[in-house]
Design a protein around this ligand. Structure first.
Ligand code: HEC
Ligand code: HEC
Length: 241
C-alpha cells in the first residue's frame, strides 16, 4: 500500500498472533537471530554479515526514509525473498499467516515500534526512465554516472566498485560491527537486481549503516546515471573472492 503507515503504533498486541509468531520464530529464525532477538543465535559466530539484532528496531531494506521503521510489506519482502549473498535465506515455504505472525513477533523485540514518531509513510519511487530500454542510451548515461560515482561513491565502494574504498576499513554500523561497503559489481545485490531496486537504496539509505540517502545530494537524473554505471560494470556471475 503506497503511502500507508508501517502499522498502527498504538494497536494492542494480538496475543494469538504473537504466540503463533513465537512458534514460527523458534522453528525458523532463532538459530541465527537468537532467543532474545539480539542476533546472537547459535549459528551467529560463524556468519558475516551477522544476523540482525531486532532490539534496536533498525532495518536496512525499506521503502521508508532513513532511520524510520519499515512497513510490514518491507519485512515481508525480506522474509520471503531473503537477502542475496547473506545467510538470510528466502522463507518461501511459510504460509502468509505465518509470515504475518513472525513479523508481529519480530516487532515485539524493540520498543521503537511503540512510538508513533518512528513511523513514516513510504517514499515515492519513480519507474526507471524510458532510456533504460535502449542499450546505447544506457551506455551514454553510464559515462556520466561514472564521474558521479568517482566523486560520491568511490571513497567507500572503491574506484572499481569492489567495496574496497579508502574509507572502507574505518566504517562501523550502529551495532558496533564493521560496515563493509557492498561490492557493487555483484550480479545479485541484497536490495534486488533491477535499476529500481538500486534507486530505492539511494533514496532510503540503509538504516543503521553509513550508507545514507542520496536524495538531497544527487538529482533524480544523476541517480539514474549512477545506477546505469553500476549496472554497466556488473560481473556476469559474481565477484571472484
Ligand atoms: C541462517 C541464518 C538466518 C536465519 C535462519 C534467519 N535469518 Fe534473518 N538475517 C540473517 C542475516 C545474516 C541477516 C543480516 C543480513 C545483512 O545485514 O545484510 C538477517 C537479517 C534479517 C532481517 C533484517 C533485514 C533488514 O532490512 O535489515 C530481518 C527482518 C530478518 N532477518 C528476519 C528473519 C526471520 C523472520 C527469520 C525466520 C523466519 C530469519 N530472519 C531467519 C540470518 C538469518
Ligand atoms: C560513507 C560510505 C559510503 C558512501 C559514500 C556510499 N556508500 Fe553505498 N554502502 C556503504 C556501506 C557501508 C554499505 C553496506 C551497508 C551494510 O549492509 O552494512 C553500502 C551499501 C550500498 C548498496 C546496497 C547493496 C546491496 O547489497 O543491496 C548500494 C546499492 C550502494 N551502497 C550504492 C551506493 C552508491 C551508488 C553510492 C554513491 C552514490 C554509495 N553507495 C555511496 C557505504 C557507502
Amino acid at each position: 500500500m503506497a503511502g500507508a503507515l508501517a502499522a498502527d503504533p498504538v494497536a494492542p498486541l494480538d496475543f494469538n498472533l504473537y504466540m503463533q509468531g513465537k512458534f514460527v520464530y523458534e522453528r525458523n529464525c532463532i538459530v541465527c537471530h537468537g532467543q532474545r532477538g539480539d542476533g546472537n543465535g547459535e549459528m551467529s559466530p560463524t556468519l558475516k554479515p551477522k544476523p540482525r539484532s531486532f532490539r534496536e528496531g533498525m532495518f536496512k531494506f525499506r521503502t521508508t526514509p532513513y532511520g524510520m521503521l519499515p512497513t510490514d510489506d518491507d519485512l515481508r519482502r525480506t522474509i520471503t525473498h531473503g537477502l542475496s549473498g547473506t545467510a538470510m535465506g528466502a522463507f518461501s515455504h511459510l504460509q502468509s499467516d505465518e509470515v504475518e505472525a513472525v513479523i508481529a513477533y519480530v516487532k515485539s523485540f524493540s520498543r521503537r515500534w511503540r512510538k508513533p514518531e518512528n513511523y513514516a509513510p513510504t517514499m515515492e519511487f519513480p519507474a526507471a526512465p524510458e532510456w533504460y530500454k535502449t542499450a546505447e542510451a544506457v551506455k551514454t548515461h553510464a559515462l556520466e554516472g561514472k564521474k558521479l560515482f568517482a566523486t560520491n561513491c568511490a571513497a567507500c565502494h572503491g574506484e572499481k566498485a569492489d567495496g574496497k574504498g579508502a574509507a572502507a576499513v574505518t566504517l562501523k554500523d550502529i551495532w558496533g560491527l564493521p560496515a563493509a561497503p557492498a561490492d557493487l559489481r555483484q550480479p545479485h545485490p541484497r536490495c534486488g537486481d533491477g535499476p529500481e531496486d538500486l534507486f530505492r537504496v539511494l533514496a532510503t539509505g540503509l538504516s543503521g549503516t553509513p550508507m545514507v540517502s542520496f536524495e538531497k545530494v544527487l538529482s533524480e537524473e544523476q541517480r539514474w546515471d549512477v545506477i546505469a554505471y553500476v549496472l554497466s560494470i556488473r560481473l556476469p556471475s559474481g565477484p571472484v573472492l
